[in-house]
Ligand binder design. Sequence first.
Ligand code: PMP
Length: 383
Amino acid sequence: MIYWDYAAAAPPYDEVARTVEQLMRLHYANPSSLHRAGAEAAALIERAREVCAAALGVIPGEIRFTSGATESNNLAIKGAALQYTNRGRHIITTELEHPSVYESCLQLQSMGWEVTFVRPDEDGVVKPEEVAAAVRRDTVLVSVMHVNNEIGSVQPLAEIGRAVKAVNPRTLFHVDGVQGFGKLPGGPRDFGADLYSLSPHKIRGPRGVGLLYVKEGTQLFPLLSGGSHEGGLRAGTENLPAIVAGAKAVRMAAERRGEFVSRILPLRNRLLAFLRNIPEFSLNSSEEGAPHIVHFSYPGMKGEVMARQLEQLGMLVSTRSACSSKLAEPSRVLLAIGRDEHAALGGIRISFGDEHTPADVAALEQALLGAVKALKIAEGGMR
Ligand code: PMP
């Protein structure tokens, strides 16, 4: 079996897994305890914060640990909305966002906030001037993702950040950096972001930890009540093994980005060229997109049917993002970029990791040809 689903979850580095196990055994003390073992645990968390801050080019006090990027996104959006009701109740986001952003905005909408959803173009890119045109005096927050998790399109974040602040300097700018970090250059400061979310398990770190960069001076309304952990922003005993191992993965992803891209880009480009030559497929990704995601449709064919066929041929792929894959409806993202319902039902996402080789891509190409052939022989009965 070849695993092509790194954008959903990447296998942890050996040293990440080792670190989790060692820390679970050695540093079980509660970091809030005042005895020596507690102080040691607390020091490890502060060290992890420094490591993450260095990798992101920010200061340690601006890093908050959460349980994952879903929580980071919820905290950024609802925390800002609830904190700054005195500034207004208007939020801007895009049609492309991950459910943790999109649904947070819909929830606020149901509670009386006004939300503007900016549409991307047919390549899945939003225009900075369109975002800026939506900004008003009462716009509290703009949330835009770096790389779309489904089709891999990349947003011009620095331009969007500048354009938003030019209209309203008090409007906060949140970036969901989950699929961009370690793949593309730029961090929160480059984008002019006030808030920036990350997920270590997408970069070969452990599950159960997320990061939220909160620019110095930005306040958020905490979503969890309890102790004063994480600067009072996120109550609950810290997941020390995941935090420390997650910081390791963040550092490694930043250090290895260049090497990763130079390995993966030729493989990604080869696959795109191959897919263009198969008349049954229509591509939803391009060379302009992030280096690790390729998405295509087999219009009229459900993504799950194609994915199952590929699995029988030894390839593990996704239909869209893992978080939406159990939905039977057409993909919201594909509809937003103007694909029709047929194409939006039939998506396949291939996502690369640093372990893939040219031989893996050759095997995938053969499997894709085999899957098309098998599905055609099945007489379109499933179509
Ligand atoms: N944002 C994006 C763009 C993602 O791809 C994901 C993971 N599917 C998330 C947020 C949520 O991350 P987590 O799995 O850490 O909750």
